[in-house]
Ligand binder design. Sequence first.
Ligand SMILES: NC(=O)c1ccc[n+]([C@@H]2O[C@H](COP(=O)([O-])OP(=O)(O)OC[C@H]3O[C@@H](n4cnc5c(N)ncnc54)[C@H](O)[C@@H]3O)[C@@H](O)[C@H]2O)c1
Length: 399
Amino acid sequence: MVVDIDDIQEVAVIGSGQMGRGIGAVAALAGYDVAINDIDESQLEEAREQIQWSYEKAAENDPDVTEADTEAAFDRISFTTDQEEAVATADFVTEAAVEQQSVKEDIFETLDEVAPEEAILSTNTSGLNITRLAEVTDRPDQVVGTHWFNPPMLMDLVEVIMTEYAPTEVGDTAEALIDSFGKTPIRCKMDIPSFIVNRLMRPYGEGAAWMVYRGEHSMREVDSAMKYKEGFPMGPFELADYTGGIQIRVEGEGDHLEDDRPMAYDTEVCPILHQLYEKGRYGRKAGAGYYDYSDQDEPDIPVDAGQGFDTLLVWAPIVNEAAKMVENDVASVEDIDTGARLGGNWPMGPLEKADEVGLETVLAKLTEVASRHEDTNKLAETLPCDLLVEKAKNGETFY
Ligand SMILES: NC(=O)c1ccc[n+]([C@@H]2O[C@H](COP(=O)([O-])OP(=O)(O)OC[C@H]3O[C@@H](n4cnc5c(N)ncnc54)[C@H](O)[C@@H]3O)[C@@H](O)[C@H]2O)c1
């Protein structure tokens, strides 16, 4: 088994789409030999061109990267439709093919047969079941998640996700590799749905959706407050439109029923998402979502529209979700906050925020949010976790 970072010289990437090509580009620039594989020749061709383009940008804009560096890096990358050839001598393989459990399971079965037996196999899945991917191989102890953020060349964060099979040392090696790429790893110690960062994103979007659905606040009020008062890059509605969150959430509604992982979701989708989905309002790419984009690229969110909005109504359920992860030993306080800052570009992490305003205040706000949810099954998400209650009672902080 590859247990030491010094054993890693060759990295293989399966899938050359948006993420795979970026991951390959980062790894080659860090000095590794990289093989990029795809079933689609035209995708490989696009990947080749886009890597060249991103290398030109890096040489132009990054003082630490020279043209000679990027030329040498590009020479270290090979592109192939032959998966066996791509992984034949790889020490670390990252799968970044389409987000479908069955496709990924097939790929992992094949990788297990054709990759060197000491190689670590990782997946860039955004939230699928990594434990099951480990189980289709004869090396479940050498399978981890390495969840990158888009675009990999520019985003600093990578989540390293462990299953019950992989020993800590395999996670340490994956983290050392990510570190050698010049990226910041955080550890998700348990395979839970959505991992760390996307887990925090969910109450951000949904808590806000319920407020608008119940007619308590307008979306411009919430978006403006979170963006201009709190300093988030986008408010929750603008973000959902940007990422296609309405479609993802509605189409993934029943997924949790088959998910036997710890901390599986059990809350319903806010009806406002269904209403938009049924009208084809999936988000920005569809021309409309929460906002209409038919004659504007950016939603009109007045800077002062959120002056009177209490942003803690949005923060409190996020803090609760973060505290649940600490309580269940999914991640450390520091890693959760680093994830929010680097993965979401949030102004601060939820646990830093909790300490800043005081846990008693967070708890009181959470109770207020929960009471508004009495007629929905969202209570589960707003029910304060024991750790938060305990810490508030003892006057403790997270740091
Ligand atoms: N796009 C994002 O913002 C983002 C962020 C984090 C993680 N992810 C995850 O990364 C993965 C890839 O996402 P993407 O946005 O790059 O997708 P994409 O659709 O751009 O690329 C997927 C690529 O995989 C290839 N592919 C499909 N089946 C294959 C197979 N059997 N063998 C080899 N290649 C195969 C496709 O031809 C395509 O080129 C997904 O699991 C996604 O959830 C995406």
